[in-house]
Design a protein around this ligand. Sequence first.
Ligand code: NAP
Length: 344
Amino acid sequence: MQALSQLSYTPEEPAIVRHDRCGAQVGWRRVLDSIAPAIASRAALPRRREPSSPQLFRTAPMTARILDGAALAKSIRAEVAQRAAALAARDRPAGLAVILVGEDPASSVYVRNKVKDCEESGIRSTLDRMPADTTQAALLARIAALNADPAIHGILVQLPLPPQIDAHAVIEAISPAKDVDGFHVASAGALMTGQPGFRPCTPYGVMKMLEHAGATLRGAEAVVVGRSNIVGKPQAMLLLQADATVTICHSRTRDLAAHTRRADVLVAAVGRTKMITGDMIKPGAIVIDVGMNRDEAGKLCGDVDFDSAREVAGWITPVPGGVGPMTRAMLLVNTIEAAERAAR
Ligand code: NAP
């Protein structure tokens, strides 16, 4: 093969060459001509391949693709229903026990939805409504009974709890084998050490969405805003397990935007309306909005300013219809998993 320095060339045919499949040399201009149709049709590439390096090609304003959590959750629920039917056919139906203490309106809605999801997926569920003045001892006794009940595979105590009850003590009272919320320290420890265990439903759902979008997490810069035990910290651990380089930001983080602008994957889990704006996002990034807030008009919205963010991001989750339905779906996944383990 001729060395580059030995090649003669004209301005029309620059000396930079490659070889085609047959080993023939091809001038750079012809290389460009040959790949032009591929560049032009890039928008038509399969949807799932798009985010593998979402930041590479994006410089101009763009409109992000929507990561549709509602649609993905639907397909996950359908799969859970099949698994539930298989267990029922073996006379080992899956069972979830939900406990609600007090009358908090938002909690009542969440609990109703969880019970409804179970019904629709063929998982048996029980709902214990306990009065707001329930003592911690009474709640712990109820949990002990459910721990011992072989028909119950998952136990969920809806948070927050009234002030007289220590939520930590309650979570620790749930058998780790039935900890389908993934909040027990045994579950957190299993996640930290990479052992099997129940993953908290929200970050678990986020990982499923990233997987569905075909995101390449290995080596990616992931930034999680929020460090709660139920979302931010487990989210960071799951991203780390997927070989991302993870930064966790919180209320004491200096220059939040400097961190978020580096993120190939940005997860916002704060609880502050529209705090992440388009100028804080790296072009082409995958933006996951966990936040569930109400704006001035009382409308449900996330932590991300959707309108400005979608002009910059490559993928974005909507609120509603993004992470929320996935959280609900992953509770069913954890419950069916618990029931299958018990049936082995
Ligand atoms: P949380 O326990 O209140 O934690 C919020 C986190 O945000 C904290 O770590 C806090 O930092 C951090 N933070 C607060 N202000 C900040 C700021 N200005 N800059 C950077 N970080 C800041 O909330 P959570 O339970 O994790 O929930 C977060 C949001 O997700 C809420 O809107 C919640 O409703 C929503 N959520 C949604 C789902 C769902 O299914 N879609 C599930 C769970 C939660 P410090 O630790 O320093 O205080």
